[in-house]
Ligand binder design. Structure first.
Ligand SMILES: Nc1nc2c(ncn2[C@@H]2O[C@H](COP(=O)(O)OP(=O)(O)OP(=O)(O)O)[C@@H](O)[C@H]2O)c(=O)[nH]1
Length: 389
């Protein structure tokens, strides 16, 4: 009763909130903060007025850069940075004799899948996230597995002294977890469901390098987020009970059901890290392309390696020992194809499946639109040997 009368005193309860499920909490809509914060905010912006206060000139022009600042006395020509950068980058490219290409490790690192968990995704499909440790770096590389046919050997192997509960907690179970389940090996709700891995056709594989800006921060400088989404879409199994008004991306899940794995490597910025990539973006805004910017920062054009990905694929039963007919690799990068096969052809790439940018496929109807993305793709094709077809 109290609740009811409180609610009636509050301003409008929005239709959306009225639709919240019974377990939503708190049950009451937020009350306005003491002192009316929102009022203060709007007041603050209105007192700021239309005009942004003038910046000190020292921030606006190199002419006012304090003389002690390194580089502050550089003489600038009409289009100085572009010319300067192109020359410097060309020199560096010439000296290194090679502007691209991943490092090939002489032998594969050791990897171990530490934990796996089922992740229902926002489009209705389901995947299993596998977290790996390795003896090469301290990073947590990931394998995103679609379907039940791909299993990690290191995860499934028995650890000394572990209980059935331990195994289920680290994800080393078959079938599905449900309240009351007691065996990791046998799902009693589905008698006879003991696992027999069976790959019906060469699995679809994507090797993806972390890109905070493109995947999380909505950047239109690259198509990393789009590529990750597209790989997941192609590997997702049909969604049961999909609403008829679901977006086209989710609808098309109905027709794609091959399963597969995305190896998600923590080599941000083609291996140079986020901080250096952000510097590279500033150099790009100053006129360099993506390769020149890396070189100007004294990094290789591509500082990545793929030994970890090869080792993870082998652990997931996608190596040449388990699938002699090979995998299908989603990429436009020819260097990746060779690199992923490993020093001793531990993995075989049967087929390269190209990733055409969505904007190109749909004549600009969908996908990323920005001048930066065109330059990014152009440089991949002209300088990094990418084949977008
Ligand atoms: N240094 C640098 N890295 C970038 C830039 N734009 C994107 N990246 C990084 O590039 C990586 C993405 O590359 P991938 O999606 O694996 O693409 P790829 O190797 O070129 O080949 P595909 O398999 O065809 O996609 C991520 O680590 C991004 O952070 C950039 O301008 N500079």
């Amino acid at each position: 009763e109290t609740l009811k009368s409180d609610t009636s005193q509050l301003p409008r309860l929005s239709a959306a909130m009225a639709d919240l499920p019974a377990h939503a909490s708190p049950k009451l809509p937020p009350q306005s903060l003491p002192g009316g914060l929102s009022d203060n905010v709007s007041q603050a912006s209105s007192t700021t007025g239309e005009h942004t206060p003038a910046l000190p000139e020292s921030l606006l022009s190199p002419a006012f850069t304090p003389p002690a600042t390194p580089g502050g006395t550089v003489h600038l020509d009409l289009n100085p940075t572009k010319v300067l950068h192109q020359q410097q980058a060309a020199d560096l490219e010439h000296k290194s004799g090679h502007a691209k290409g991943p490092k090939l490790l002489p032998q594969l690192p050791e990897v171990e899948c530490i934990v796996r968990a089922r992740i229902p995704t926002t489009n209705g499909a389901e995947m299993f996230l596998h977290l790996y440790h390795n003896d090469l770096d301290g990073k947590e590389h990931l394998a995103i597995v679609f379907g039940n046919n791909i299993r990690s050997r290191s995860l499934d192997s028995v650890r000394p002294g572990e209980t059935e509960m331990d195994r289920m907690i680290r994800g080393a179970y078959v079938g599905k977890l449900h309240p009351g389940r007691v065996s990791s090996r046998y799902d009693d709700e589905k008698a006879g469901s003991a696992f027999t891995p069976k790959l019906v056709e060469p699995p679809l594989v994507r090797i993806h390098s972390e890109c905070y800006t493109g995947e999380t921060a909505w950047s239109a400088r690259c198509d990393c987020g789009e590529q990750l989404d597209e790989a997941a879409r192609l590997m997702s199994f049909p969604v049961e009970d999909l609403a008829s008004d679901a977006p086209p991306e989710a609808q098309s899940l109905q027709s794609h059901s091959t399963g597969g794995v995305i190896i998600y490597l923590r080599q941000e910025g083609r291996g140079i890290g986020l901080g250096e990539k952000l510097k590279a973006y500033n150099l790009q805004d100053l006129g360099s392309d993506t390769v020149e910017a890396n070189l100007l920062l004294r990094h290789p054009a591509d500082a990545r390696s793929y030994g970890l990905a090869t080792a993870m694929l082998a652990d997931l039963g996608c190596g040449a020992d388990s699938i002699p007919e090979g995998i299908r690799l989603l990429t436009n990068n020819p260097d990746k194809v060779r690199a992923i096969e490993g020093p001793n052809r531990e993995v075989l790439v049967k087929e390269r499946v190209p990733m055409i940018p969505l904007a190109w496929r749909t004549g600009g109807q969908r996908g990323i639109k920005s001048s930066e993305i065109e330059g990014y793709l152009q440089t991949k094709i002209s300088k990094m040997g990418h084949m977008i077809q």
